[in-house]
Design a protein around this ligand. Structure first.
Ligand code: TXA
Ligand code: MG
Length: 340
């Protein structure tokens, strides 16, 4: 049995989740909102609880999990971190970024998938923050989707994927980003981005001057599994083929979109606002009315999950690999059945 708790106004409704932090220590699994995507949480120090996450999601056991915490003291208990890096990460927390450190013994092997590192995030969303703070436990939480599917950004997505597979689902209004956190590896001498996210490399470089952005971050080539374990799997897949038309000059990109559209009857185009004029006779949706990449990211997974129910093929116009556009293109390239 899954209990669904809907929080409309965080301050007024907080009583509805007052008892939830204690449920973590009883081994329960709890879906909760974060500022990126919904997470499926459990007590990160208890192997039996963490196993339940892997089972509910059908997640490969060699893909490590993020621990969600709220204080630097907690972090020092779990991982090795230099004073310099404490100062540096303070500029980003709480927020949509995850750091990888060398782990301490207290972190169970199931969290780190047998590695000597652990991924840590300080969520900013008030509900995530409340749960993490009041449970006084590091909360293991991957995105709350069935493995391989687009991450959930709306309550109906989590209910579709995990109803009857978890103990609680806490839902609320819109999340802020809709794209999973940036993952930054601080476990070696030089900081390395493992997964692009809402905080783009340009911003991280202001603090971590010698930042490395490997080629695989763009999603065009497969990463070395030893470095980025989660990136080898097919991700974010829709149930119908997604065709990605890479960013190009206006007319060429739209010609390629139209050619692809005509191959199958029941297709839909996700396009940039300025290109909609080319698609008057076609089914299309504009991803951002404001031409804002944050809005594009925020809507993406919801559109994908909705459109796969109505169409046989989804054709997506690629955008520039810039800012949060890097994260969006990384996800689209991984989701794509074909890239043109
Ligand atoms: O925004 C987010 O990060 C969301 C919310 C719920 O916090 N969580 C999330 O978790 O996206 P998940 O499990 O779907 O993605 C975590 C990523 C995976 O690619 C995983 O391989 C990587 O982080 N990761 C976890 N631990 C790692 C480690 N020790 N070393 C390298 N990568 C790690
Ligand atoms: Mg995930």
């Amino acid at each position: 049995m899954t209990k669904i708790i809907n929080i409309i106004n965080y301050k007024k409704d907080i009583d509805k989740i007052k008892y939830i932090p204690k449920e973590f220590s009883k081994g329960k699994t709890i879906v909760f909102p974060t500022e990126t995507v919904y997470g499926l949480g459990a007590n990160g120090l208890d192997c039996k609880s963490v196993e339940k996450i892997f089972i509910a999601k059908n997640r490969p056991i060699d893909n490590p999990l993020i621990l969600h915490i709220y204080s630097i003291n907690q972090l020092k208990n779990l991982a090795y971190i230099s004073d310099n890096n404490i100062d540096n990460i303070k500029k980003f927390i709480p927020g949509p970024i995850t750091f990888v450190f060398k782990k301490k013994k207290i972190v169970p092997d199931i969290i780190s998938a047998g590695r000597d590192t652990v991924a840590i995030r300080f969520p900013a969303h008030p509900i995530a923050n409340y749960l993490v703070k009041n449970s006084k436990l590091p909360i293991a939480a991957p995105s709350a989707n069935i493995s391989g599917r687009p991450s959930p950004t709306k309550s109906n997505h989590v209910i579709d994927d995990l109803y009857h597979k978890v103990d609680y689902i806490i839902t609320c209004g819109d999340l802020k980003y809709g794209i999973e956190s940036t993952v930054l590896d601080l476990s070696e001498d030089k900081p390395v981005i493992l997964r692009p996210g809402p905080i783009p490399p340009e911003i991280i470089k202001n603090v971590f001057k010698n930042l490395i952005v490997p080629e695989f971050v763009y999603g065009k080539i497969d990463p070395d599994v030893a470095i980025a374990p989660g990136m080898k799997y097919r991700h974010y897949s829709t149930k119908v083929p997604l065709i990605l038309i890479e960013n190009r000059n206006d007319t060429l990109q739209s010609e390629l979109v139209k050619k692809e559209y005509k191959i199958m009857n029941n297709s839909i185009i996700l396009c940039k606002k300025e290109h909609s004029k080319y698609y008057n006779d076609y089914n299309y949706l504009i991803l951002s009315e404001e031409n804002n990449f944050y809005e594009y990211g925020f809507k993406l997974y919801d559109y994908l999950r909705d459109l796969e129910k109505k169409y046989d093929k989804i054709i997506v116009e690629g955008i520039k690999d810039e800012g949060i556009g890097i994260a969006i293109m990384n996800r689209l390239r991984k989701a794509a059945y074909n890239i043109i």
